[in-house]
Design a protein around this ligand. Structure first.
Ligand code: ZN
Length: 138
């Protein structure tokens, strides 16, 4: 009996794509809202000519929070894009480093995981070492 290979266009891949696209559009919406808030924030800051300093700094910290939120949402969007690309290439769910299948439970929790758990740990350790080396160079 011949083994049937899972085709990249199988139902589960389609489900995954829908799930990733859903997440992506949710993230995109958050980005749009944050951008709108940010624009609003700046237009009100510039229109009000009389603002006391306390008010100004409060507004600045809000703007900073918005920007860091925006940054993290943008990173998520990029990871989702990568996951979608990998899905198109039939590489989704395979570890980038060792090529092994990523645990389905891990993918469920982290739909854009690019590495299996052990490779991810390794990568994080290496990253940490690299950061420490950066510091010691300074
Ligand atoms: Zn791996």
């Amino acid at each position: 009996m011949a083994k049937t290979l899972v085709e990249p266009t199988s139902t589960s891949a389609e489900k995954l794509r829908t799930m990733l696209l859903d997440k992506r559009s949710a993230v995109q919406q958050q980005i749009n809202e944050l951008l709108a808030q940010h624009r609003e924030h700046y237009s009100t800051t510039h229109n009000d000519s009389v603002l006391d300093l306390e008010d100004m700094s409060l507004r600045d910290s809000t703007a900073e929070q918005q920007l860091s939120l925006l940054e993290s949402r943008n990173r998520t969007r990029m990871m989702l894009d990568t996951a979608l690309r990998r899905l198109d290439d039939g590489e989704y769910g395979l570890c980038e480093d060792c090529g092994a299948e990523i645990n389905p439970g891990r993918l469920k929790a982290l739909p854009f995981a690019k590495r299996c758990l052990s490779c991810q740990h390794q990568a994080e350790v290496l990253e940490k070492i690299a950061r420490q080396e950066d510091r010691s160079d300074m």
